[in-house]
Design a protein around this ligand. Structure first.
Ligand SMILES: *[C@@H]1O[C@H](CO)[C@@H](O)[C@H](O)[C@H]1NC(C)=O
Ligand SMILES: *[C@@H]1O[C@H](CO)[C@@H](O)[C@H](O)[C@H]1NC(C)=O
Ligand SMILES: *[C@@H]1O[C@H](CO)[C@@H](O)[C@H](O)[C@H]1NC(C)=O
Ligand SMILES: *[C@@H]1O[C@H](CO)[C@@H](O)[C@H](O)[C@H]1NC(C)=O
Ligand SMILES: *[C@@H]1O[C@H](CO)[C@@H](O)[C@H](O)[C@H]1NC(C)=O
Ligand SMILES: *[C@@H]1O[C@H](CO)[C@@H](O)[C@H](O)[C@H]1NC(C)=O
Length: 938
């Protein structure tokens, strides 16, 4: 297992010159609990659970996935969270005892640490997301014997409860705060999902989860770079207004350092294109600004000089090295290189203009993103923490995940509050791949305190993280938190109308008056909104006490006006495919339904005897609906969520009933994935069609991209990288040009639309083919034209066919399918080639639900060509949800899956291998099945 700290070593922020820097990231630490009489080897960066695991205290280290996540460890390991733990270093070698000054630098401590150096008290920390520095000069001078560091971590679960119990602490109306497992998370600045969420466990880890250094300085001119903010924006740009694309670029470099600089340092900035190695700019700046421990310099780059960075599917991801040197006379005092790019990204919330009205766009306000001045359709999903323990999140695993995002035709992820701010290497991966990261501050589904120490703590967290990630071109937005305006404030209003105005005041104090200016002061390039899911703002006045006036609910009920983005869940599966109930708005940033992971993934964490929908282990690993507190046996809430999955399956799909219990379990898991994928597809094609409707809908980000562990959740990608049906289906329906059926179940009217997110008109042909389920053509194609031509506008939709299904001459609607195939020619945005690209898409419509279809056995044949590395599937009857499966031990994806195959067709596909632990043997375990097999065989 390649650990995070090995990767971070290459990313030490800034070269350090006139000083000594000791890197304390290593083995050789000890983790201990006096009360529990445990002492085991530890390392930095790490967390207690991981070190206990490595020492076989909480399981078997040779099974790294299984152990922390095994069975009901979510509950059984609570003693780890409820205890205090001390990390002690081995004697530190290489320190200069006579240095003028010496500092400890922590890039992240999780969370409540008391720091001692040579047994002397140094300080305390209480925010997982901050970088901390402590002066240890005196402590070093008084050190007896070899210097050591100890970090005593208090139990976050206990400390949160202690704060809540303090009569001086803030209180809120009963029943409003979102509690999953451990309560009181809103009092502490720690990853909020560490206390449980409806898709994850509650381990509440503790430990030095990021790097630790000691920096020693001899005198003036010695500077250690703590953080760097590179802000690239168009001259005159203001965060909430559309940037002027004709203006030159401003590159503002700002370095936070430890140590001391001479009075009048200079700065040199060099900007070099990565691909060509060409120098874009090299300039020495005499007039730098020195402010506190920050040094700032600015250069101007001609408007058209750089190659622009574009998101995936919209052009190239041109990247530049920006090297900033702080100098004095001929000496380099500090030097930093950051990889960055030139782009503007803007969340447009301005009022709909006359010009837009004339185009048929409904009145209200915009709510969409513009990159380099261009509107685009945001296609993607929501990213949650990829593991309950960040130090074991490897770059290799995140590469596989982000490759799957791009392969899935996604261009944006919403980095949800309240996991953690992403490490730089994840932004780097997104920069390279063109994945926009809508990023959030870590506040979610709660009302938060507003006492001054809390606000000060948040301010430091915000400034550090905004500055740290601002240079990444993938950074798309800052949002204050999750579901605060759309869920928390309305709940507060219901619970206690009298204190509601004060609670809105608190909300605005923290998320607007405090955070907005901090974002604006540290970034001119990124838009800010106080909370995800909102109706935009009425006004921004930076001199007002509340600088952004949110629209809240104002005007949204005025008919035909649209203002904001939506977050939409409906667990009544009877209306899952009724698009008349879907939100009509400018953007949808959350929607979904949960499903089971595959059998292969369950087996990483659950013993075979527990593989049953009703086993305690499966039930209690399902956290929808959450226990709502520390109760480890709340079967009532989980049962409700499990029922939602099985009810949905029974309503629409053939219900598996296999003799072999594990075969039956596996078929049921798969069935829940079919429903999930179909429901998301139904919504995504509806939202995308909205790009050509009055609402001018320009974004669909579903909940959720990936899993934190093995459990029933909304994810499209399972914990180890295996794609659920959903990720394949989303990939298909996120293609640039799609064909989609829309069936109004009340009237029987079926409309077929072609939707495109290209930036130019595309032209094509659609084939509409009715057959029965054996594949025999239906007489006269049921009165439907076999083929027609269409053109579809830029970011638009066009209706290509409409009929009333009840009037169609179908002998047996349960033995009929309409297959829609399109082929279209068009240009991808910023395509280099003048030759148009050919786009194809297939969709299908059945007048009856899958469970009522008179399926025939498609007698699927699978062959493998080892030379070409391909698999070929053939069917002798219509094969629905044709599913290629692969064994455990390999991670990757088929080029297509869950597709409809007609008799006489051959599909030849590759499996893209991302990681193989089987030595190539996985090939022998590939199998194929379809809807037919859900109820047959073992
Ligand atoms: C850990 O698991 C491996 C693989 O199943 C097994 O060979 C080994 O004996 C186990 N070790 C312990 C200490 O249980
Ligand atoms: C655990 O740590 C906290 C402070 O972080 C301290 O207040 C408490 O006394 C400690 N508990 C024990 C049993 O040492
Ligand atoms: C860009 O910077 C990185 C890291 O400092 C360096 O490894 C790489 O060689 C640089 N590339 C160019 C083209 O200068
Ligand atoms: C936008 O429209 C709202 C009404 O919805 C109005 O209050 C506001 O002043 C308008 N803003 C601008 C900048 O015109
Ligand atoms: C409308 O906006 C005003 C000004 O921001 C605010 O005071 C009021 O509460 C809003 N009304 C609703 C219904 O949200
Ligand atoms: C879960 O169960 C608890 C206790 O029975 C209850 O108070 C809580 O409201 C439930 N939560 C949900 C989301 O159903």
């Amino acid at each position: 297992m390649r650990l995070w700290h090995q990767l971070l070593l290459a990313l030490i922020p800034g070269t350090t010159l006139g000083q000594t820097v000791l890197d304390l990231n290593s083995d050789g630490w000890t983790v201990s609990s006096k009360a529990l009489n445990i002492s085991v080897p530890g390392r930095v960066p790490s967390q207690v659970h991981l070190d206990l695991l490595a020492a076989n205290v909480i399981g078997n280290a040779t099974l790294p996935y299984v152990v922390c996540y095994h069975g009901l460890n979510d509950f059984n390991l609570r003693w780890v969270a409820d205890s205090n733990w001390t990390y002690t270093s081995k004697p530190i070698e290489g320190l200069k005892p006579k240095s003028k000054s010496s500092w400890l630098v922590f890039n992240g401590l999780d969370t409540f640490a008391t720091i001692k150096f040579c047994d002397q008290f140094i300080g305390t920390t209480d925010n997982q997301f901050r970088q901390y520095t402590f002066d240890i000069s005196d402590a070093l001078k008084h050190c007896k014997g070899s210097p050591t560091i100890s970090l005593e971590f208090g139990s976050a679960t206990k400390i949160a409860n202690d704060i809540a119990a303090d009569p001086k602490s803030q209180t809120w109306p009963a029943g409003v705060q979102g509690i999953f497992e451990f309560p009181n998370r809103w009092f502490i600045r720690k990853e909020q999902s560490d206390f449980g969420w409806d898709w994850g466990p509650a381990f509440s880890p503790a430990g030095p989860w990021q790097n630790i250094y000691i920096a020693q300085f001899e005198g003036e001119g010695d500077a250690y770079v703590l953080n760097t903010d590179i802000d690239i924006y168009r001259k005159g740009q203001i965060n909430h207004l559309a940037p002027d694309q004709t203006q030159p670029w401003i590159v503002n470099a700002s370095i936070d350092y430890l140590g001391s600089l001479p009075k009048n340092p200079s700065m040199a900035i060099e900007i070099k294109e990565l691909e060509s190695g060409k120098l874009l700019k090299s300039e020495s700046i005499d007039k730098v600004v020195l402010s506190g421990n920050t040094v700032i310099g600015t250069v101007i780059v001609d408007a058209d000089a750089p190659n622009l960075w574009w998101p995936a599917g919209m052009g190239k991801q041109s990247l530049y090295n920006i090297t900033v040197k702080v100098q004095s006379k001929d000496r380099d005092l500090a030097s930093v290189t950051k990889r960055s790019g030139f782009r503007t990204i803007f969340l447009n919330r301005s009022n709909i203009t006359e010009e837009q009205l004339a185009q048929g766009i409904a009145p209200g306000a915009n709510w969409h993103f513009e990159v380099n001045g261009r509107e685009f359709y945001a296609k993607g999903s929501n990213l949650i923490p990829p593991d309950a323990f960040w130090p074991r999140v490897t770059e290799a695993k995140m590469q596989r995940l982000f490759d799957a995002v791009v392969a899935g035709n996604q261009n944006m992820l919403r980095v949800w509050a309240s996991g953690s701010y992403l490490p730089d290497f994840m932004y780097d991966l997104a920069d390279e791949r063109g994945i926009l990261l809508w990023s959030e501050f870590q506040f979610s589904d709660a009302l938060y305190p507003t006492d001054q120490p809390f606000l000060d703590n948040v301010a430091a967290e915000v400034v550090y993280n905004v500055r740290r990630v601002n240079h990444h071109p993938s950074l798309a937005l800052w949002a204050g938190g999750n579901e605060l305006e759309s869920l928390m404030l309305p709940m507060a209003k219901d619970a206690d109308p009298e204190s509601y105005p004060a609670l809105v005041g608190d909300y605005e104090h923290l998320f607007i008056s405090l955070i907005l200016p901090l974002v604006y002061e540290n970034s001119r390039s990124i838009s800010y909104m106080p909370s995800s899911t909102n109706n935009g703002f009425l006004e921004v006045d930076l001199s007002a006490p509340v600088p952004m006036t949110e629209r809240y609910d104002n005007g949204t009920d005025a008919k035909g006006h649209y203002y904001g983005d939506a977050d939409f869940y409906n667990y009544d599966s009877s209306t899952a495919f009724d698009f008349s109930g879907y939100p009509v708005n400018r953007f949808t940033n959350e929607f979904g339904y949960h499903s089971m992971p595959s059998l292969q993934t369950w087996r990483q964490a659950v013993d075979d005897e527990d593989l049953d929908f009703n086993s305690s282990t499966i039930l209690l690993r399902n956290h929808h609906y959450p226990a709502g507190g520390p109760d480890t046996h709340n079967f009532k809430n989980t049962t409700k969520g499990m029922d939602e999955m099985t009810t949905a399956v029974k309503r629409y799909y053939p219900a598996p009933s296999k003799a072999d219990p594990i075969g039956n379990f596996s078929a049921w898991c798969h069935a829940t994935q079919l429903f999930q994928a179909d429901m998301y597809k139904s919504e995504i094609q509806f939202y995308r069609r909205g790009s050509g409707m009055p609402e001018r809908q320009l974004g669909a980000l579903y909940w959720q991209l990936e899993d934190i562990w093995q459990a029933p959740t909304w994810a499209g990608i399972e914990y180890d990288g295996r794609w659920k049906v959903l990720h394949y289906t989303a990939r298909d329906i996120f293609k640039p040009i799609i064909v989609s059926p829309f069936m109004d179940t009340k009237t029987g009217v079926l409309s077929v639309y072609v939707t495109s997110d290209l930036w130019e008109v595309a032209h094509g042909t659609v084939n509409l083919t009715w057959t029965d389920l054996s594949g025999t053509p239906i007489t006269d194609n049921a009165g439907t034209p076999m083929t027609s031509q269409f053109s579809v506008g830029a970011l638009n939709t066009t209706r290509i066919y409409e009929t009333n299904v009840t009037n169609l001459p179908l002998d047996n609607p349960q033995d009929a399918i309409l297959v829609m195939d399109i082929t279209a020619q068009g240009h991808l945005p910023n395509a280099e080639s003048k030759t148009p690209t050919t786009f194809t898409h297939r969709n299908q419509f059945t007048p009856a639900f899958a469970k009522d279809l008179e399926l025939r056995d498609p007698q699927l044949k699978l062959s493998h060509d080892s030379q070409a590395g391909t698999f070929t599937v053939e069917a002798s009857a219509v094969s629905l949800y044709t599913w290629l499966d692969y064994p455990a031990g390999v991670v990757g994806y088929f080029e297509d899956n869950a597709f409809t195959l007609l008799p006489g067709e051959k599909r030849t596909l590759r499996f893209v291998v991302q990681k193989d632990e089987t030595g190539g043997k996985w090939v022998d375990g590939v199998s194929v099945r379809s809807l037919w097999d859900q109820t047959t065989g073992v």
